[in-house]
Ligand binder design. Structure first.
Ligand code: GLV
Ligand code: GLV
Length: 347
């Protein structure tokens, strides 16, 4: 009852802003579909002039006068940045992960924060599988070999990888993306283990997945896929000690956030063959890559491309726009992370 009254009061307050033209700053060019929705709703759209991560100073300059911003994961939206821009009402992140945004500070200032969950789940799960298969079956090495002109024809002992079908997949962080990765394992007849803060009965029923303590999961799995958010608790979750627990034949895939893995320890484990291979879409200090990884054949690396298919990026653009449009209509944005009535955070 109290919540309803509060929501009503908020709506009345927001209705008075309904006819204003709002300034939306977008920190990097994104697909046109979302921009079109924003313009149709009467908002003014200002795009960053360069298709590159914005230096902090340029970000600050761009935010000045903005009522709403669409951010990329490289944009640090700190308490200071928010304090400098008291006019800013909504930050909507063009990504599912939002560890670059101080949500607590935003909430304290009454700034809405949104992200793009769900719409990129399949794309990211697809890419995790691309990395898993590429690392297991040495797809990138094979491509280099063919292009080198050295290939002299089929060979029974040539470029052998490790079998995927029927092996055990361990999922670290069984949110939407982790579960989608697990669902795909059914097609490969793979037993699935998972570690998450809570047991997921529906995932268990659908995929036959079994919950494991993280260390046990690492000991038992042939393939380990990371899909947990980056939080203070998950930073370096996979460290030297945990890499030691993995099988020498293990393949590690990370499509979540680089700092979840101690990259230096991983490079060492790959070089000394403590684990067999890795497929990485994310890195600790993007776009810098640990120099030791660069020279290794048993790692496949992609430039943080998890959600990177044309269809998904278009829908992400539209979802960011819909969040902003809803907000300025006094409605709750579809993927609001910090509703006034409940604390912010993941499920
Ligand atoms: C990309 O990394 C995302 O969080 O969507
Ligand atoms: C969030 O991290 C998700 O799994 O969708």
């Amino acid at each position: 009852m109290r919540r309803t009254t509060r929501n009503f009061a908020r709506r009345v307050a927001q209705c008075s802003r309904r006819i204003e033209i709002m300034n939306v700053f977008i920190t990097r060019p994104i697909p046109e579909s979302g921009l079109q929705l924003l313009r149709e709703a009467g908002h003014t759209v200002r795009l960053s002039a360069t298709d590159a991560p914005l230096p902090a100073e340029t970000l600050r300059a761009g935010l000045s006068g903005a009522d709403a911003v669409i951010t990329m994961l490289s944009d640090k939206i700190t308490a200071d940045v928010l304090a400098e821009n008291p006019q800013l009402q909504i930050v909507t992140q063009f990504a599912v992960g939002f560890d670059n945004i101080d949500v607590q500070a935003a909430t304290a200032r009454g700034v809405s924060v949104c992200n793009t969950p769900d719409v990129l789940t399949d794309a990211t799960a697809d890419l995790a599988w691309a990395l898993l298969l590429a690392a297991a079956r040495r797809v990138v090495e094979g491509d280099r070999y063919v292009r080198s002109g050295q290939w002299d024809g089929w060979g029974p002992m040539q470029l052998l990888g490790t079998k995927v079908s029927g092996k055990t997949l361990g999922i670290v962080g069984a949110g939407r993306i982790g579960q989608a990765i697990g669902r795909r394992a059914l097609g490969f007849q793979m037993p699935v283990l998972y570690n998450a803060r809570y047991v997921k009965p529906e995932f268990e029923a659908e995929v036959g997945a079994q919950w494991r303590d993280l260390d046990d999961l690492l000991r038992e799995s042939d393939f380990i896929s990371i899909s947990c958010p980056l939080t203070p608790e998950t930073r370096h979750l996979i460290d030297a000690r945990r890499l030691e627990l993995m099988k020498p034949s293990a393949v590690l895939v990370n499509t979540a956030r680089g700092p979840v893995v101690d990259e230096e320890a991983l490079a060492m484990a790959l070089r000394s063959r403590k684990i067999a291979a890795a497929g990485l879409d994310v890195f600790e200090k993007e776009p810098e890559i640990h120099p030791d990884l660069m020279g290794l054949d048993n790692v496949v690396m992609l430039p943080h491309a998890g959600s990177g298919d044309v269809e998904t990026r278009e829908v992400m653009s539209e979802l960011c726009a819909r969040n902003i449009i809803a907000h300025f209509r006094g409605e709750e944005p579809p993927t609001l992370l910090n509703p006034k009535s409940t604390p912010p955070g993941f499920e």
